[in-house]
Ligand binder design. Structure first.
Ligand code: MN
Length: 195
């Protein structure tokens, strides 16, 4: 029931007769809590970061995409909660629909809430961490692994960056080195052509 209310914004933007995106409710069999980054070739290419929190995917649009380099702080703009089954969505959102363009699962896996593991019982749930605007997670994806933070800095903006426990660089550009789907190995073009 909680999911229903949280997904009102998601559902109000979409016509499920016209978009292949999931309407929600199917769940996700693979990883829990799920972490996903989707590469989205919409009007502007961007990346959508999503973390499962209390039955929905908390979501941010990251215009420049993630970086494995702790010195790179990436703007992350919060967007509407998405249903859990969106994590495995790859496909083409048709012209005229919200977010029209091609979606590829760039990275997927699970995560641990590092703030819950603080000693002395002072841990925070993900919902608390989200509300505070201070999330620290250990991502266990196929491409990104390690400790990452999401910090709210102003009304509209969060910053997404790797925490400083990372090994010494130099870091390669993981977006360039590994551009294709972590789920199916397909390129954006192959998905766009229905491959
Ligand atoms: Mn998007």
């Amino acid at each position: 029931m909680a999911e229903k209310k949280q997904l009102e914004s998601y559902k109000s933007r979409r016509d499920f007769e016209k978009t292949p995106e999931p309407a929600g409710g199917a769940g996700m069999e693979l990883w829990h809590p799920v972490y996903v980054v989707q590469k989205h070739a919409a009007t502007r290419l961007h990346y959508d970061l999503r973390l499962e929190v209390d039955g929905v995917l908390k979501s941010w649009a990251v215009p420049k995409g993630p970086s494995a380099d702790p010195k790179a702080r990436r703007l992350a703009v919060p967007t509407e909660d998405h249903p859990i089954d969106y994590a495995a969505f790859e496909g083409v959102i048709p012209e005229g629909q919200y977010g029209a363009g091609t979606v590829l699962v760039w990275d997927i896996g699970t995560y641990r809430n590092l703030r819950e593991e603080k000693p002395g019982g002072r841990g925070k749930t993900m919902a608390q961490a989200y509300a505070e605007g201070k999330i620290e997670v250990r991502l266990e994806g196929k491409k990104l692994s390690g400790a990452y933070a999401l910090i709210r800095t102003a009304k509209q903006g969060w910053l997404f960056f790797r925490m400083k426990d990372a090994p010494a660089g130099p870091y390669e550009d993981i977006l360039e080195k590994s551009p294709d789907s972590a789920l199916t190995g397909r390129t954006l073009d192959e998905i766009a052509k229905g491959g």
